[in-house]
Design a protein around this ligand. Structure first.
Ligand code: ADP
Ligand code: MG
Length: 625
C-alpha cells in the first residue's frame, strides 16, 4: 500500500513538534479527549434531527485503556467517527490553521508555547512513535484504519469495526535518558491529567482501574479486581462555582474552546437567575481576530441547554458593539431543537441577552476604572467596533457606549475619555474640539490644530475613518457640542478679535470676492482669519461635512459621490501674504489670480485633499519664479 505524505505545512509542523524538547508533552491527552468529546457532541447534535443515529445520553463515553507491558494507550469514543475522506482531510493536514499562523509569526521563538496551547491531534506524536486509528463514521457501513509513524506519512485502509466511533491507539515511545514516556501509562498520571485538563468534559471519561476487594472471609488475602471508574466530574466549567475555578482552568478552557493562543484579557463568570437558571461564562480576548473587521467575522456565543450545545454561534446573545466577546451561555429551559427563527423570538433568550450585555458593561467599567492600561489595550483592539456601533445605530447606543469611547489628544497623545476631556476643560471653553487626519503627525501639522492648541485648548485627534462620523451621531457630550477645528465658526477668539476680523473682511470685501470668483464652485467663500498661527492659508468647512468625512465617503464604493464638504479658503491676516494680496488687487489682477490658485492648492495639500491639476499648478509656480 502506498504511503501518503502529509501536506507540507503539516510536515514542517510535525517535525518541529516531535523534535522539540518541550515540557508540556502531557497535553496530548487533553487534545485527544477533547476531540473525542467534540465527536460525541457532533453525534448527539445530529441525533436531534435523526433519532436513529443517537445513543441514550448515558451511553456516551470516552474510554481510556492502558497496556503497560506493550506500551499502548488507547482512547476510544462512540462519537461521530470519520469516513475515508474525513480522515484524509482532518488528519492529513493540520486543521487548526491558527497554530501555524502563530508559529510563522514567532519563527524560532520559544517552541514550548505550542504545547501550552495545544495543536490538536498531532500533539500525540510527542509521546507516541506510531499511532493507529480505527474509525467508523455515522451512517456508514465501512470502517477505516489510519496509521502513521510520524513525518514520513500515513496509510489508510478499510478495516473491521463494529460500532460507530473512533479508537485511537498510541504506541508509546521508549524512555530515554531525559524523557520518561512510561509515566503516561501509569494509572495515577492519567487520573491526574484528566482532572487537570478535562474535568469539565460532559461525557464520562472512564478507565479500568485495579480496586482492592475485601474478602468476606477475614482469613483470606484481599483480592484486586478491575472495575471501570469515571475519572472526571463532568460538571462543565461554566456550571461550577466561580470561586472554585482557577485562572489556569479558565485560560486553558478558553484556549481550547476558542482557539486563541493568548490568555484572555478578562473573564466574566456569572450565574443569572431569571425565570430559570442560566450560567454565563464570557471572555474578552486580548487581540482582535484577524478577520474581526471583515465581513467574514461572525459574532455569537455558544448556546447550551442543560449542558448540551444547541448552537455554535448564537448571534442574538450579543449586541454588535460587543461582538468581540466569546463565551458560553447555558440555560436550563431552552428547547433542545429550537431553530434559529424561533430563537429570535424567544423571550427567555432576550432576557439572557440583556443580562449578558449588562455584565459586559460592568466589566468594561471596572477595567476602565481600575486598570486603565488594560482598558486602553482593549480599546486599541476593539474600540473601532464600538465607535462604529454608535454611528450605525444613529446614536441610539449613545447612552450605553459614550463613556467607553477614547481618543488620543493633544494633551498627552494617549487615550482620554470624553468625561476626562470635559472635566479638564477651562470654564470658558464651550465645545469639545477635535481634528481629523490620517496620522497624529499630520493632524498636528494642520494649521487649524495649531490655531486651537495654540490657545491652550485640548484637541482630540481623530485618526480613524469612523471617528468623526461617530461624534456626529453623538452630537454632544454632557451638553458640550463637538467641534471640528476646521469648522469656519470656531469660537476661540475674543470678542475684540472677532470685531477686528469682521472689519478687515468688510474692508477687503472686493478683494475676497474677486478671489472667490476665480475659484468658482471649489469654495463657498474666501475670508481672512486671525486664528492661524504661522500658516498662510487653510481650508475650513461649513456645515456638517468635513473634508475628512468627504475623503471617507469618497473612498467607499457605492456611497454617494456627490457629497462634498463646503469649504472656505481662509487666509492668515497676520501673514505677509495677506498684505501682498491686498497690494495686488486692482494693480495686478493677473498675478493675483495666480496667487489665488496657488494658495488654494496649498490649502488642499495641507489638509490632504488632492490637487486637481498638478501640472497647471507646477506651471503657475514656475511662472512666478
Ligand atoms: P481540532 O480539534 O482543533 O479541529 P485536531 O487536530 O484536534 O483539530 O483534530 C482535527 C480534526 O480531526 C477534528 O476537527 C475532527 O474533525 C477530526 N477528529 C479528531 N479526532 C476525532 C475523533 N475522535 N472523532 C471524530 N473526528 C475526530
Ligand atoms: Mg482538537
Amino acid at each position: 500500500m502506498r504511503k501518503k505524505q502529509f501536506k507540507t505545512q503539516s510536515k514542517k509542523m510535525l517535525d518541529m513538534m516531535i523534535n522539540s524538547i518541550y515540557t508540556h508533552k502531557e497535553i496530548f491527552l487533553r487534545e485527544l479527549i477533547s476531540n473525542a468529546s467534540d465527536a460525541i457532541d457532533k453525534r448527539h447534535f445530529r441525533s436531534l434531527t435523526n433519532t436513529a443515529l443517537g445513543l441514550d445520553m448515558s451511553a456516551y463515553n470516552i474510554h481510556i485503556e492502558r497496556d503497560t507491558d506493550n506500551r499502548i494507550l488507547k482512547i476510544s469514543d462512540n462519537g461521530c467517527g470519520m469516513g475515508e475522506k474525513e480522515l484524509e482531510d482532518n488528519l492529513g493536514t493540520i486543521a487548526r490553521s491558527g497554530s501555524l499562523e502563530f508559529k510563522n509569526e514567532n519563527e524560532a521563538e520559544d517552541i514550548d508555547i505550542i504545547g501550552q496551547f495545544g495543536v490538536g491531534f498531532y500533539s500525540a506524536f510527542m509521546v507516541a512513535d506510531k499511532i493507529t486509528i480505527l474509525t467508523k463514521a455515522l451512517e456508514s457501513e465501512q470502517a477505516f484504519k489510519w496509521e502513521s509513524e510520524g513525518v514520513d506519512g500515513y496509510t489508510i485502509e478499510p478495516c473491521e469495526k463494529a460500532d460507530f466511533g473512533t479508537e485511537i491507539t498510541l504506541h508509546m515511545k521508549e524512555d530515554t535518558e531525559n524523557e520518561n514516556y512510561s509515566i503516561f501509562l501509569e494509572e495515577s498520571k492519567i487520573r491526574e491529567l484528566v482532572k487537570k485538563y478535562s474535568d469539565y468534559i460532559r461525557y464520562p471519561i472512564t478507565m479500568l482501574v485495579e480496586q482492592r476487594v475485601e474478602s468476606e472471609n477475614e482469613e483470606e488475602e484481599p483480592r484486586f479486581e478491575s472495575v471501570e471508574q469515571t475519572l472526571n466530574s463532568m460538571v462543565p466549567l461554566w456550571k461550577r462555582d466561580a470561586k472554585e475555578v482557577s485562572e489556569e482552568e479558565y485560560n486553558s478552557f478558553y484556549h481550547e474552546k476558542f482557539y486563541d493562543f493568548e490568555d484572555p484579557l478578562a473573564v466574566i463568570h456569572t450565574k443569572f437567575e431569571g425565570t430559570s437558571n442560566c450560567n454565563i461564562l464570557l471572555y474578552i480576548p486580548k487581540k482582535a481576530p484577524f478577520d474581526y473587521y471583515t465581513k467574514d467575522f461572525e459574532k455569537g456565543l455558544q448556546l447550551y441547554s442543560s449542558g448540551v450545545m444547541i448552537m455554535e454561534k448564537c448571534a442574538d446573545l450579543l449586541p454588535d458593539y460587543f461582538s468581540f466577546v466569546k463565551g458560553v451561555v447555558d440555560s436550563a429551559d431552552l428547547s433542545l431543537n429550537i431553530s434559529r427563527e424561533t430563537l429570535q423570538h424567544d423571550h427567555q433568550l432576550k432576557i439572557i441577552a440583556k443580562a449578558v450585555e449588562k455584565k459586559i458593561i460592568a466589566e468594561l467599567k471596572k477595567l476602565l476604572k481600575n486598570d486603565r492600561e488594560k482598558y486602553d489595550a482593549f480599546f486599541e483592539q476593539f474600540g473601532r467596533q464600538m465607535k462604529y456601533a454608535v454611528y450605525a445605530s444613529y446614536g441610539m447606543q449613545k447612552e450605553a457606549l459614550q463613556d467607553f469611547l477614547e481618543f488620543k489628544s493633544s494633551n498627552e497623545k494617549k487615550y482620554v475619555t470624553l468625561s476626562e476631556y470635559v472635566a479638564r476643560m477651562p470654564e470658558s471653553q464651550t465645545a469639545i474640539y477635535y481634528a481629523g487626519g490620517k496620522t497624529i503627525d499630520k493632524i498636528e501639522m494642520l494649521p487649524q490644530t495649531q490655531a486651537v492648541t495654540g490657545k491652550g485648548i485640548e484637541v482630540l485627534y481623530f485618526t480613524e475613518d469612523v471617528d468623526e462620523f461617530c461624534v456626529t451621531m453623538l452630537g454632544n457630550y454632557e451638553q458640550k457640542p463637538f467641534k471640528n477645528v476646521s469648522d469656519n465658526d470656531l469660537d476661540i477668539t475674543t470678542d475684540e478679535e472677532k470685531e477686528q476680523l469682521k472689519q478687515e473682511n468688510d474692508t477687503s470685501k472686493d478683494l475676497l470676492a474677486f478671489m472667490k470668483e476665480k475659484l468658482g464652485d471649489r469654495v463657498e467663500e474666501v475670508l481672512f482669519t486671525n486664528a492661524l498661527q504661522t500658516h498662510p492659508v487653510c481650508l475650513s468647512t461649513e456645515g456638517g461635512i468635513s473634508t475628512e468625512m468627504q475623503k471617507v465617503l469618497e473612498s467607499q464604493p457605492g456611497m454617494a459621490q456627490g457629497i462634498k464638504a463646503k469649504t472656505v479658503l481662509e487666509i492668515n491676516l497676520n501673514h505677509p501674504v495677506a498684505q501682498k494680496l491686498k497690494a495686488l488687487y486692482g494693480t495686478d489682477n493677473e498675478t493675483l489670480e495666480k496667487y489665488t490658485e496657488i494658495l488654494y492648492a496649498q490649502a488642499c495639500l495641507i489638509c490632504g485633499l488632492p490637487v486637481e491639476n498638478p501640472t497647471e499648478l507646477s506651471n503657475l509656480v514656475c511662472d512666478l519664479m
